[in-house]
Design a binder for this molecule. Structure first.
Ligand code: FE2
Length: 425
């Protein structure tokens, strides 16, 4: 007797199987015949996937679009300045409310694991306190990891160093950084070294905004990979963005990629944001800014798409839909072969779960019973349609349902001229 059976769904690897759930865990992936359960969901013809995972987000800023004003230039730097204005006036309750609303959106999209950076350049640590509260409030349905992120520069901001360490003492999970925003390349490199040492001493993971510029000479990912090896942090470090790699010299990149692979640094490009923010100073040709995704995958580097922003100082759109994120990444990285499109789906599920180090993730016996049923037959179709999430199941419980969309064509939907011609027939 199961609590729940998801019957007859197609798994991402193409198998058709029933999934039996009991006590919040997957206890069978098989043909379960007439097995009994408290609830049975017929997923025949639908895709059953492990939940979507977003390894790069800013939950303290989300849903703040227009507060206190809109980013007129659309640049990263105006966004950072605008966020600095918002930080002065935002309140604890407002940040919690925005973050919880976003988590509702995420859950409805089958996005059940999120790594959010939280700004530590604030002597009150208001965002840190708010997101620690949110992490606890959503723990039954969303795995929320928090990264201590010195937005205004670990050295550049006079109190960032102390406040970042205070945030880690309060229970923030991961050490972040922003070396390209420090005043000099040397300061940036030194910040990478010190932040990795802090993580090594505390036994924490590292996730840095790294080389989020168009500067072909930015070298912070090299330092990050080197420090990862020196400190024995292999597999526990992520480099987010790496947009400058788009502009780097090809010979240099041929040395850099094996270093990233050896250090087992995970990579998180954020295509919706990279395509909007990078190349802003270019005339034409205008660079896309997205890092070298296919080339890193070919080296065996774990690369997964991140979302970064939804309705905030840096990005004026977004819906918490990781299929949207993968769809944009697929286009900008030109990953259009069937095999590459399939990998784009894995990038927002299994690849990102590896980056976040999620235990018990997947559709196997013993895994946490969190999954999503999509109105699509297979991963590529899910990407093409950004398919409806029919059922979202978290820890064995159905937490969201969306009706299967059915279009009904009526004469009223047609332009008047067409309608008149039809009626004259
Ligand atoms: Fe970010």
């Amino acid at each position: 007797m199961f609590d729940l059976i998801v019957k007859g769904g197609s798994l991402p690897d193409g198998r058709v199987a029933d999934i039996g759930i009991k006590g919040g865990k997957i206890t069978a992936v098989d043909q379960l015949g007439e097995a009994q359960a408290g609830q049975i969901i017929d997923a025949t013809g639908d895709l059953v996937s492990p939940p979507f995972v977003d390894p790069h987000f800013h939950m303290d800023a989300t849903l703040s679009y227009g507060l206190p004003r809109i980013n007129a230039s659309g640049t990263l730097l105006e966004g950072i300045g605008l966020w600095g204005e918002l930080k002065q006036v935002m309140t604890h309750d407002e940040v919690v409310e925005r973050a919880l609303s976003y988590c509702d959106w995420a859950a409805s999209m089958g996005l059940l694991a999120i790594r959010s950076h939280v700004d530590t350049c604030d002597d009150r640590l208001l965002g840190v306190e708010a997101l620690l509260e949110v992490r606890d409030k959503v723990k039954d349905y969303i795995d929320l990891q928090l990264v201590a992120f010195p937005q205004d520069g670990f050295y550049r901001d006079p109190t960032a160093r102390a406040n970042t360490i205070r945030a880690l003492d309060k229970g923030v999970d991961i050490v972040g950084g922003i070396p390209h925003f420090e005043r000099t390349m040397a300061d940036g490199a030194a910040s990478v070294t010190e932040l990795c040492e802090i993580a090594a001493v505390r036994g924490l993971q590292v996730d840095m905004h790294c080389d989020e510029t168009d500067d072909p000479l930015s070298r912070h990912i090299e330092t990050l990979a080197n420090e990862t090896q020196r400190l024995g942090l292999q597999g526990r470090v992520a480099g987010s963005h790496l947009t400058s790699m788009h502009s780097m010299d090809n010979y240099y990149v041929s040395k850099l990629l094996p270093l990233i692979a050896e250090a087992e640094v995970n990579v998180i490009p954020n295509p919706l944001i990279n395509i909007v923010l990078q190349g802003r100073h270019d005339t034409f040709p205008k660079r896309r800014g997205l890092t070298r995704v296919k080339e890193m995958l070919a080296q065996g580097i774990n690369v997964g798409w991140g979302q970064d922003c939804v309705l905030d100082p840096w990005y004026s759109l977004g819906t918490a839909d990781m299929l949207d994120v993968a769809f944009m990444g697929l286009h900008v990285a030109q990953m259009t072969s069937p095999q590459e499109m399939r990998i784009c789906f894995d990038m927002v599920t299994t690849h990102n779960a590896k980056t976040m180090g999620l235990p018990d993730y997947g559709l196997h016996v013993g895994a946490k019973a969190s999954l999503v049923i999509l109105d699509a037959g297979a991963p590529i179709e899910a990407l093409r349609l950004r398919a409806t999430r029919l059922h979202v199941i978290a820890n064995g419980k159905v937490i969201s349902q969306t009706p299967r969309p059915e279009a009904t064509l009526t004469l009223a939907a047609r332009p008047a001229s067409v309608r008149r011609r039809h009626e004259a027939d």
